[in-house]
Write a protein that binds this ligand. Structure first.
Ligand code: C2E
Ligand code: CA
Ligand code: CA
Length: 494
């Protein structure tokens, strides 16, 4: 019996021991779970905090300019929308000041990018300091800043603010032991006086800024009626250019180039012309500028090249197969499409030998030869001639001219018109004649307006001239008539 009891007690003890072991294990387990859960909850809370912090940072990043900490373009756009909602209801006026630093590029180039950054930060701080609590200072990009002011009777306040901004910006900053004296140009426009939406107001202020820049450094320009006319003009040009190219509203006229020794034509320059039905004559540089802005340079040059080739065929038919036709190309076109392919296609379609077509590029196009090298080599490879236009106005180096294998230099009319009375220009053109000879490049003298100038040029050894003395740019039929009259004259002289 006592054995039986002892065995029972042992068994019971064992069972109790096992049960306690089990419950301890499950206790430890549950404690573990509880601990892990609370850890998880804690780390979740931390993660949450991190997320909301980074979303705040993201929002800050999305709304502010990283370098200067000013509001950025997207804040600017939202603010403009908001203000124009109220402006349309007559609840507020809006003034936009566009501010562009003078010579910022020079600071970047000569003092380095960190100096440029320091300058931008300083200007940003100064703009913020000039702001009232409801105004907005923005960095729109690069060295372009804006101030947006709103409220009633803004004129007086804007005048005060703009003078204050000018003064603050002009204070020197010190960087790397050097003093930098910043300056800015400012363009200003008001709504509802000048514009009915944000884009409109921006365009007005931008045009005023452009005008301020033209007038020199540190200028302030308010948008006004004259600028409004200019804006309407630019808009009409932008709006109607595509249709004019397609529907033949554009024309190409041809100005003779003349061998001044024999008084005989050597070729023509193709110059675009547009008579707008409402505005009248549009200046060629405005056409070219609008085409570039609308990404239609290829269409414009294609159109001019097409007319130039047609004209070359007319010259053939008139027995002048030896005369060249030049077309103009602007620097921006070289990056935008493949000029050699475009021109080759057009010349082939008209069965015109590319050797009769010359491409005139302005001097600034060859300032960076790496950019144009390939396009020019392709044009040369396809057989087209190459001339540098407006030579003397830029700073192209002789080395570039040689490496790019230029055929002709067109001396800018600035040095040519009235040369008979200007000894400085005589010395300069005389030197250019020597350069041309040394580099084996022909010269064309633009802007020959008087017989006295032609005489002086001949004495200096210049033989090819272009200018009103010989003829203005003419419609193809008139150019053919001109040739006939001229041929008779040459024969009479001979
Ligand atoms: P540019 O290539 O230097 O063309 C010469 C400009 O001088 C022409 O003005 C011409 O009419 C003018 N001119 C010619 N002879 C005389 C003269 O004796 N005295 C004076 N004072 N001026 C003279 P235009 O036609 O107004 O063209 C201005 C500029 O527009 C051209 O300058 C050229 O850069 C650009 N351009 C004209 N047509 C085209 C074109 O089809 N494509 C491109 N990309 N640019 C063009
Ligand atoms: Ca030209
Ligand atoms: Ca020229």
């Amino acid at each position: 019996m006592s054995y039986f009891l002892a065995a029972n007690v042992t068994l019971l003890t064992l069972m109790l021991f096992r049960a306690s072991m089990r419950s301890e294990r499950s206790f430890v387990l549950s404690q573990n779970v509880a601990m892990r859960t609370s850890q998880l909850a804690q780390s979740l809370a931390v993660a949450n905090g991190e997320i909301s912090k980074s979303s705040l940072q993201l929002e800050h990043l999305a709304n502010s300019d990283t370098l200067t900490g000013l509001a950025n373009r997207s804040v600017f756009n939202r603010r403009m929308e908001l203000l124009f909602d109220r402006c349309r209801k007559g609840q507020t006026e809006v003034a936009l000041l566009l501010i562009d630093l003078d010579k910022f590029k020079t600071v970047n180039d000569t003092r380095g990018h960190s100096a440029g950054d320091a300058l931008l930060k300083a200007v940003a701080n100064r703009l913020s300091a000039a702001c009232g609590k409801n105004d907005l200072a923005v960095r729109l990009g690069g060295d372009e800043f804006a101030l947006v002011l709103s409220g009633h009777d803004l004129d007086a306040r804007v005048h005060r603010v703009v003078l204050d901004v000018m003064k603050r910006i002009a204070a020197p900053i010190f960087f790397g032991g050097h003093e930098i004296v910043p300056g800015a140009s400012i363009g200003i426009a008001f709504a509802p006086r000048h514009a009915t939406d944000g884009d409109d107001l921006y365009a007005c202020a931008d045009l005023a800024l452009y005008q301020a820049k033209l007038e020199g450094r540190r200028q302030i320009r308010f948008f006004d009626a004259a600028l409004k006319d200019r804006l309407d003009y630019e808009r009409a040009v932008d709006r109607d250019l595509a249709a004019a190219i397609e529907a033949g509203g554009l024309e190409v006229h041809f100005q003779p180039q003349v061998d001044m020794l024999r008084d005989a034509a050597t070729g023509f320059e193709a110059l675009v012309r547009w008579w707008h039905p409402e505005i009248g004559a549009i200046s060629p540089p405005d056409i070219v500028k609008a085409a570039a802005k609308l990404q239609m340079s290829e269409q414009l040059t294609g159109f001019v090249a097409d007319r130039a080739c047609r004209f070359a065929r007319i010259l053939d038919a008139e027995g002048h197969g030896d005369l060249t036709v030049s077309i103009n190309m602007s620097p921006s076109e070289f990056g935008a499409y493949d000029p050699a392919r475009l021109l080759s296609g057009i010349a082939a379609r008209h069965e015109v030998n590319p050797g009769r077509i010359e491409v005139e590029i302005t001097e600034d196009a060859i300032l960076d030869p790496r950019k144009v090298e390939r396009a020019l080599a392709a044009l040369r490879g396809a057989g087209f001639g190459i001339a540098v236009d407006d030579f003397g106005m830029g700073h192209s180096s002789l080395a570039h001219l040689i490496s790019l294998k230029i055929d002709r230099l067109k001396i800018d009319r600035h040095f040519v018109t009235n040369i008979s009375a200007n000894v400085h220009n005589q010395a300069l053109v005389g030197a250019l004649v020597s350069v041309g000879r040394a580099l084996d490049m022909d010269l064309v003298l633009e802007g020959v307006e008087t017989a006295a100038d032609a005489e002086t040029l001949r004495a200096l050894g210049c033989y090819t001239g272009q200018g009103w003395l010989f003829g203005k740019a003419m419609a193809p039929a008139d150019a053919v008539e001109w040739l006939k009259r001229h041929a008779t004259k040459v024969r009479a002289v001979a």
